[in-house]
Design a protein around this ligand. Structure first.
Ligand code: GLU
Ligand code: MG
Length: 447
């Protein structure tokens, strides 16, 4: 990235800032931050060459189980987590500590297709080669819970949606989060109590794609860490309970020229997008089913994506309408908001896939139809058919099949990550599907 940010300069900054411990982190394919803490005497070697992790770590599901046919078996060797000097943050929650997000490199330091950040960088480079830049902003939603000794969860707040009372109940934690993030150099627009009791949202400021994804990763880690320090658990799972609102990860995207001036907005089309912006959005819609799979890759994700909620169930775009897969917010500056994703995705891969889909639309000059109208979850089949609106995948297996069937999205995940990610997610799903739930015992015990 920035040429003057060398390993030596990184070490000099760490020394100048009195850092004694460096958390060296990367994001696994499930979207989890993984890392180790490196003491000061090892900083120079770490900055220059990185530290090793087992490739086999990458063949595990969210419950740390690995499929027998993983591409990363015990004999798959190591990769090197090499600090990106542009992704260093102080970590004020621990004395004398900083965090750095890494490139995952092959032995010898070569670029490696197993690195999600490298996959995102490829897309950013492809846009730059066409004279384009991208701005991205993430909006993670989650819950704060207190768990009693019996393991029962109670939400941190019990007041009504978006109320000042709910904000007041959560404010001590939310302010600690926003203060910490600001001190770390992560810019946020707002923190808020969301729709359901105990639900919150962090609106991150837009930035170039890599920094937007890095900042999301940092934000989720800080939210969890601060909740822990308050005796709470912060969760980002898409649907904690069928009775409570879901938690999404909205992604806002806009296009710029290489000087950063917006090129997505225009007049004359009902979307409010420029010709370029229309083709970008048409590409995202053309690959919509696969993008849903990359952004919502678990069984739990599809309990959130239900018609009649603000989580989309239909493959359409609409203006100022929260029931569609893509919302064009109202107001003058036009951007697209992709609404189906959740926090069980890997944000680098999710962004890489979104950008690849948009670029495919630009390269093929795909036309954009008229925006959909109405609350799509409430329309009957005839009206949906009249508007040409189809449903998104209804289950994780359908969504993962859609990813595999989409060559553009698979190429954005690359030849190492794409097949392995699919294997692990299908294996995780198979474990879920063969596990008997409390609901089944209630329903079928005496049936
Ligand atoms: N919580 C909703 C979801 O699951 C979104 C609410 C909103 O529009 O912010 O996607
Ligand atoms: Mg929200």
């Amino acid at each position: 990235m920035t040429a003057d940010r060398t390993p030596e300069e990184l070490v000099a900054r760490l020394e100048r800032d009195g850092v004694e411990h460096l958390w060296v982190v990367y994001t696994d394919y499930n979207g989890r931050t993984q890392g180790k803490s490196v003491p000061r005497p090892r900083f120079a070697g770490t900055a220059a060459k990185g530290i090793t992790f087992a490739q086999a770590n990458l063949g595990h599901s969210l419950v740390d189980h690995a499929p027998v046919d993983t591409g990363f078996a015990a004999d798959s060797g190591d990769f090197f987590a090499v600090p990106d000097p542009d992704a260093l943050n102080p970590y004020p929650l621990m004395a004398d500590t900083a965090r750095v997000i890494c490139w995952m490199r092959a032995e010898g330091g070569d670029s490696w297709d197993g690195c999600p950040r490298t996959m995102l960088q490829r897309q950013v480079d492809a846009y730059a080669a066409r004279g384009l830049g991208v701005q991205a902003a993430f909006e993670p939603e989650g819950y704060f819970f207190r768990f009693d000794e019996a393991g029962a969860a109670s939400p941190l707040s019990d007041r009504n949606m978006f109320s000042i009372a709910a904000l007041d109940q959560q404010a001590e934690v939310l302010h600690a989060i926003s203060d910490t993030l600001e001190a770390m150099g992560v810019a946020i627009e707002q923190v808020a109590a969301e729709w359901a009791p105990g639900q919150f949202e962090v609106n991150l400021k837009h930035d170039v794609p890599m920094r937007a994804a890095d900042n999301l990763v940092t934000t989720k880690d800080v939210v969890r860490a601060i909740a822990r320090r308050h005796g709470l658990v912060a969760t980002f799972m898409p649907k904690f309970s069928e009775a409570m609102g879901g938690c999404g990860l909205h992604v806002h995207l806009s296009l710029t020229d290489l000087d950063g001036a917006s090129v997505s907005e225009g007049d004359g089309h009902p979307s409010g997008l420029s010709v370029l912006g229309q083709a970008f959005l048409a590409g995202i819609l053309a690959h919509g089913r696969a993008l849903v799979g990359v952004g919502s890759p678990t069984a739990n994700s599809y309990k959130r994506l239900q018609p009649g909620s603000w989580a989309p169930a239909h493959a359409a775009y609409a203006v100022a309408n929260r029931s569609s897969l893509v919302r064009i917010p109202g107001g003058r500056r036009r951007r697209v908001e992709f609404r189906s994703g959740d926090n069980l995705s890997n944000p680098y891969l999710f962004l890489a896939a979104l950008l690849a889909a948009g670029l495919d639309g630009i390269e093929r000059d795909l036309p954009l139809g008229a925006p959909a109208e109405g609350d799509l979850g409430m329309l009957d089949a005839a009206e949906l058919a009249r508007q040409g609106v189809v449903m998104l995948p209804r289950r994780a297996n359908e969504a993962l099949d859609a990813v595999e069937a989409d060559p553009v999205v698979m190429a954005s995940l690359g030849p190492v990550i794409g097949p392995e990610w699919l294997r692990v997610k299908r294996f995780e799903l198979a474990e879920y599907e063969t596990t008997v739930s409390a609901w089944e015992r209630d329903a079928y015990l005496r049936g």
